[in-house]
Design a protein around this ligand. Structure first.
Ligand SMILES: [Fe+2]
Length: 387
């Protein structure tokens, strides 16, 4: 979604007849925001309208999250390791929190599926924290490794391939998700002071199996919470090539540059992606604040207009008790939080940190779900007590 890609055999001018031998191919424009935003153009062997059968697909539980009734306003801790792999990459999802702009949860599939999924409600962000996943999509193949973010544009059919069940954090960005505009120069190139460059990103590779095969295709699409499965008698993905600016892409935490200041920098300094009414930040291994009197631990704070979800990926999370790899802390708007007792003082003089974590801050309150309750650590809210 940030630079031009081109694959395979394309006509020299868009919207003109294109042939594979003497066979006329079908131009398919995959756009965003009508025709005013970035787009890609594919040249398909079969019209993408060639559906043979369309029927309702059983909606998984997460499609209509059930809000928890009047939960206490307090700090919370979810343990992702309590969620056993189950189902496939559609059914094996759990939503922990949501509002009108995003749904936040986990995806722990047990088994692969032959069919594809397209989320017509939202861009999707995955963060792979366990295992390895081969993403197959309309735009090609992308290998995801632990520590990778992957952004999928809305309505893009895809599926996951894996040899052992992976663990993914997952966000439905209902108003979109992008590289922050202040990281881009007017001509679209990433600015020199952005935390990544064009080279930092993984983009799809040509998928010979998918783009040249003859298998019939089944795509499950989600729209307004309903699920529809559409069967195509031909290979929906068979194509001569595509080009454009819309496609899934990935970036690993290790390929993002951290920022360090003389004293502690606010979380917004670690911004990675900007969503509609929410932001994604990455906390990375770095040299800590270098003023001799600096307190490297985060200062106590109440972010009075943001709910905060922090996924702990790796490192030693010394500022928080009971937190480990796969933990998710939830700190609602206006509730003070910060280091656990002792950690604040102990951080003075520390030179570096190896912590890696992914934070989602929402600008509107989140609803907690019934489904997330079983993952909660009941002792977390009172773990700051000093008596
Ligand atoms: Fe915070």
């Amino acid at each position: 979604m940030f630079r031009y890609l081109k694959f395979g055999d394309l006509p020299s001018m868009h919207h003109t007849a294109h042939y594979a031998g003497d066979r006329l191919l079908y131009e398919y424009c995959f756009t965003r925001e009508g025709f005013e935003e970035p787009y890609s153009i594919l040249y398909l062997y079969h019209p993408p309208t060639g559906d043979r059968e369309c029927q309702r697909f059983p909606a998984p539980e997460w499609a209509q999250p059930v809000p928890r009734r009047a939960p206490l306003l307090q700090r919370r801790h979810f343990r992702s390791e309590c969620l056993a792999p189950a189902g496939d990459f559609i059914s094996g999802r759990t939503i922990l929190a949501y509002n009108d702009h995003l749904h936040y949860g986990l995806c722990h599939p047990q088994k692969e599926t032959p069919f594809f999924f397209a989320n017509n409600d939202a861009d999707e962000l995955f963060f792979l924290y366990e295992g390895e996943v081969e993403l197959q999509s309309l735009f090609g193949r992308l290998t995801l490794n632990a520590g990778d973010y992957c952004l999928l544009p809305r309505s893009c059919p895809y599926r996951f391939r894996f040899s052992r069940p992976p663990g993914l954090m997952w966000v439905e960005a209902r108003k979109g998700l992008e590289i922050p505009s202040n990281y881009c120069q007017p001509n679209g190139q990433l600015a020199m002071d952005a935390p990544y460059s064009e080279r930092s990103f993984k983009t799809p590779a040509w998928d010979e199996e998918l783009f040249r095969g003859e298998e019939a295709t089944l795509i499950v699409r989600k729209r307004q919470g309903g699920f529809t499965q559409t069967e195509y008698s031909k290979n929906y993905f068979k194509m001569s090539g595509w080009d454009g600016y819309v496609y899934p892409f990935a970036i690993n935490l290790a390929d993002i540059q951290p920022k360090t200041g003389r004293v502690h920098l606010p979380p917004s300094s670690h911004l990675t992606f900007a969503g509609g009414r929410f932001a994604v930040m990455s906390f990375l291994p770095r040299v800590l604040d270098f003023d001799p009197k600096a307190v490297p631990c985060p200062f106590y704070h109440s972010s009075v207009s943001c709910d905060e979800l922090l996924f702990y990926f790796s490192g030693n999370f010394t500022s928080r008790r009971g937190i480990g790899r796969g933990s998710i802390s939830y700190h609602p708007s206006g509730i003070p939080h910060g280091p656990h007792p002792g950690a604040y003082k102990d951080s003075i003089g520390l030179k570096d940190t190896q912590e890696m974590a992914v934070m989602v801050d929402t600008y509107d309150p989140l609803f907690l779900t019934e489904a997330g309750q079983s993952l909660e650590d009941a002792d977390y809210a009172t773990s700051w007590r000093e008596d």
